[in-house]
Write a new protein. Structure first.
Length: 193
């Protein structure tokens, strides 16, 4: 599984290039229709070729990144995946109620987080020490909200609410709530996983 920070950097570069290509099209189009002494025309063949290129490029970005997004394989094959560990977490009155003070996870474990709310809609996000997000989901009241994740890097992570749940929601942070150990790579270091 590719780490979400690697995906973010890759997508930032690719989509930035995509936006530059679109701006080039807009610039050429604007130049051609505002030239002095020339009728405002744009060659249909050039315009539609470039527009078609952008459509194909945009769709290709999604096809190519399909297997690099960390949660896609898990979501697609969810019915076939058995979790190594499961944590039932309750949320009420703007507070996470964890089954243990620190959730201990071994490297390569597939973990199911089942989060329930008894009053409001909250968010459930796992964050690295540098405050970057590993994953998040919305937690609707009165139902099971599940997310499954496989861990490939050591680290200590915080849990935070990622949804607005009123003025008290900003304080919904449980520092050092999850610890992953036994991996060769620590969170924040390089590596393919």
């Amino acid at each position: 599984m590719v780490d979400s920070t690697t995906v973010l950097w890759g997508q930032t570069i690719v989509y930035s290039l995509y936006v530059v290509a679109i701006l080039v099209v807009m610039g050429v189009f604007t130049y051609n229709i505002t030239r002095d002494g020339k009728p405002p025309t744009v060659k249909d063949k050039l315009f539609y070729t470039f527009a078609g290129f952008l459509v194909v490029l945009g769709m290709s970005l999604h096809v190519v990144t399909y297997n690099t997004i960390p949660w896609v394989p898990t979501d697609v094959h969810r019915g076939d995946i058995e979790a190594d560990k499961e944590f039932a977490i309750n949320v009420a009155d703007h507070e996470f109620q964890l089954p243990e003070a620190r959730l201990m996870i071994d490297c390569e474990d597939t973990v199911l987080f089942n989060v329930t709310s008894s009053d409001l809609t909250y968010g459930f996000g796992l964050f690295r020490q540098d405050n970057s997000m590993v994953f998040q989901m919305q937690v609707g009241p009165g139902r099971d909200n599940e997310i499954i994740w496989e861990f490939h890097k050591n680290g200590v992570y915080s849990i935070r609410s990622t949804e607005y749940s009123g003025p008290l929601g900003y304080q919904m942070i449980v520092k050092d709530a999850v610890e992953v150990s036994g991996c060769d790579v620590a969170a924040g270091e390089g590596g393919a996983k």
